[in-house]
Design a protein around this ligand. Sequence first.
Ligand SMILES: NC(=O)c1ccc[n+]([C@@H]2O[C@H](COP(=O)([O-])OP(=O)(O)OC[C@H]3O[C@@H](n4cnc5c(N)ncnc54)[C@H](O)[C@@H]3O)[C@@H](O)[C@H]2O)c1
Ligand SMILES: [Zn+2]
Ligand SMILES: [Zn+2]
Length: 361
Amino acid sequence: MAHEVKGVVATGKGAPVGTTTVVVPDPGPGEALVAVQACGVCHTDLHYREGGIGQDFPYLLGHEAAGVVEAVGPDVTGLEPGDFVIMNWRAVCGQCRACLRGRPWYCFATYNARQKMTLADGTPLSPALGIGAFAEKTLVAAGQCTKVSPAIKPEVAGLLGCGVMAGLGAALNTAGVTRGDSVAVIGCGGVGNAAILGARLAGARTIIAVDVDDRKLEWARAFGATETVNSRSADPVERIQELTEGNGSDVVIEAVGRPETYRQAFYARDLAGTVVLVGVPTPEMQLELPLLDVFGRGGALKSSWYGDCLPSRDFPMLVDLHLQGRLPLEKFVSETIALDAVEEAFAKMQRGEVLRSVVLL
Ligand SMILES: NC(=O)c1ccc[n+]([C@@H]2O[C@H](COP(=O)([O-])OP(=O)(O)OC[C@H]3O[C@@H](n4cnc5c(N)ncnc54)[C@H](O)[C@@H]3O)[C@@H](O)[C@H]2O)c1
Ligand SMILES: [Zn+2]
Ligand SMILES: [Zn+2]
């Protein structure tokens, strides 16, 4: 039996998004039907709407979500109706080259339920990151559902499904921040502030937040930044060097996704330091750096997809830390909104008024 539900669809490049009827089939083999309870508005949804990720319109947006499993396919084990889950866009397959080499965080075999959900007229929908959770119900691969304690609020839990995990993991997993490190984070939206929180959790000594918006810098302090730099009024590379005894930071995390902020990150790190790019660039962006500087400055230039997370390892652990009061994830939730307010939430995100707007269903 197919389910007719309300969902938020991007119909074409740059077109405002709105709610429409989405047809969600029952789960087949390896799949799960999830009643979505909460879904955060991530900048990546806006990238989809802008055509920055692909041209497979129409997109069913939303991918930062938690909900309750309603039904599972015939062969699915370890997941049952009633389970509270965070949806993930990295369902590790266990069989690809990355998995077999013991590097499952590089697994990109995530099953995509693409083209199974449709508009009312039968037009196939591309679910954002294989999830499509700005909808009352969605169909995903069973492996995209990670069971966690139902004691956490859905609007908080869902954030671990994308942006907050990406930021926490950029610091904890990709950069491997450890006690005593100096860390600078450029761009303090949901992702950047999560990187700040991750750096604090790992015991960083100096955490420098850089943004162009004083409001964001104020929030960054609440997440654990020890210093802040508004890069509209000060040169961030010079300030970061001054704040680290002239050395530059051990780790610089770029959470904007632009060539100019990447260049700042590159020059603001200590010799042999690490740059982690977590911001997502658009296809036309180019980076120019003197090759001699790339060579001469040593260190590591990394990028971080989804914080190099393993959902089954990281989500339950982070939920427990939150429930123990050690990971204040609720601070990311600026507002809860209805499904039909996603377009407005994009505008608020662009004006810098929110860290996360979260749709409650
Ligand atoms: N790698 C991943 O797995 C992953 C996951 C989720 C999101 N992202 C990406 O991370 C980026 C940030 O996402 P978000 O949800 O936090 O977005 P956001 O819009 O909430 O935050 C971006 C922040 O960057 C700041 N900023 C903009 N221009 C700047 C500049 N020149 N210098 C310094 N700061 C600047 C803004 O003021 C804002 O605070 C996006 O590109 C998003 O697509 C990546
Ligand atoms: Zn794999
Ligand atoms: Zn996202």
